[in-house]
Ligand binder design. Structure first.
Ligand code: A3P
Length: 348
């Protein structure tokens, strides 16, 4: 599409499309063309999400993803925390940071997690690291090793060097009902004021269609699930609900997976428990930085800490929705060996 086509496009579209076009104006010319060529659907906090490499992305994420794919050079010691949004990213980032840095920060009195939100300590590729670097790799030479990164990018779209190197990926997912409710509440709290409130019906329909940022849910989860089966030393696959049930066990599991298991001395002197307490929902939610700080321009840290419960969805989702979404998820996951059934308190 030429730039003339583009101005024609903007002149004739609705208000939403004009908003999106002004977003597109911030992008490089070649990306405008790409984005305008992609299938699109209504977005949650952006006018549209675009189908790129089989997943739905807001337009401003696509350029950082491409730059990341073209330029990121993984090191064998890197650790990537991967998730769909609202699956326990903040918690897993905190735990991973505390586990790998436990020798650097043995004291819990002045631990970085008391002063910084986990998203600050473990930056997202697509939002922070490449968020502003439109066509090149930012300088990552100041990062301490092992470098910790976060991402919502689906497995298939990760930079090749991540797949080819020995770096480790820890993925956490969450039952789709809690994920949907957490998403819905979060996006309504963090959306630009100019955007209308998203009703549960709208959120539900889009979740079912898969048009959530980085969705569809089933494809995202399955991408990492399959890789964790094929390469268990590469991808550790976790569920939010399992961590809630026995976080101590999973903290030890993560440490082993990362090649830094806790010694018997550490276990008996309470190092695991201390990490668990430091990263607990109750502790993190009450920290000043998480009550008053913000990640990036728009998102206040406090919105990352809502209820932190398993099964809160029963307070929102009516039986008709349960039936429909359960069927979709069952079909998506069929034959994969992955299931969330244990986390559906209602009969499906
Ligand atoms: P709820 O909205 O159900 O409360 P993400 O970090 O991927 O954005 O996910 C956010 C969800 O994880 C929110 O769920 C939030 O409350 C919960 N959460 C955040 N920190 C947590 C922690 N330390 N322990 C358990 N859950 C946590």
């Amino acid at each position: 599409m030429t730039s003339t086509d583009l101005s024609h496009f903007t002149e004739n579209q609705s208000k939403d499309e004009k908003k999106e076009a002004s977003e597109e104006d911030k992008l490089g010319e070649e990306f405008k063309e790409l984005i305008l060529s992609l299938p699109k659907e209504k977005g949650w906090i952006t006018p549209y999400v675009y189908l790129f490499q089989g997943f739905w992305f807001p337009s401003h994420i696509i350029q950082p993803v491409i730059t990341f794919q073209n330029h990121f050079q993984a090191k064998d010691s890197d650790v990537v925390v991967a998730t769909l949004p609202k699956s326990g990213t903040t918690w897993l980032k905190a735990l991973t940071f505390a586990i790998v840095n436990r020798h650097n920060f043995p004291s819990l009195e002045n631990h970085p997690l008391l002063a910084y939100n986990p998203h600050h300590l473990v930056p997202f590729f697509e939002l922070s690291v490449y968020g502003e670097a439109y066509d090149k790799t930012p300088d990552l030479s100041n990062m301490n090793e092992p470098r910790l990164f976060g991402t919502h990018i689906p497995f298939t779209s990760l930079a090749k060097s991540i797949k080819d190197s020995k770096c480790k990926i820890i993925y956490i997912c969450r039952n789709p009902f809690d994920n949907l409710v957490s998403h819905w509440v979060f996006l309504n709290k963090t959306k630009p004021e100019s955007f209308p409130t998203i009703t549960l019906d709208e959120a539900f329909e889009r979740f079912c269609k898969g048009t959530i940022g980085f969705g569809p849910f089933g494809s995202h989860v399955l991408g990492y699930w399959k890789e964790s089966i094929a390469r268990p030393d590469k991808v550790l696959f976790l569920k939010y609900e399992d961590l809630k049930e026995d976080v101590n066990f999973h903290v030890k599991r993560v440490a082993e997976f990362l090649g830094c298991p806790f010694t018997q001395d550490e276990v008996s002197s309470g190092v695991v428990e201390n990490i668990v307490k430091l990263c607990s929902f109750e502790k993190m939610k009450e920290l000043e930085v998480n009550k008053s700080g913000a990640v990036g321009k728009n998102v206040e840290n406090k919105h990352f800490f809502r209820k932190g419960e398993v099964g809160d969805w029963v307070n929102y989702i009516p039986p008709s929705m349960v039936k429909k979404l359960s069927k979709i998820i069952e079909e998506n996951l069929s034959g994969s060996g992955l299931s969330f059934k244990d986390n559906f308190p209602m009969v499906i």
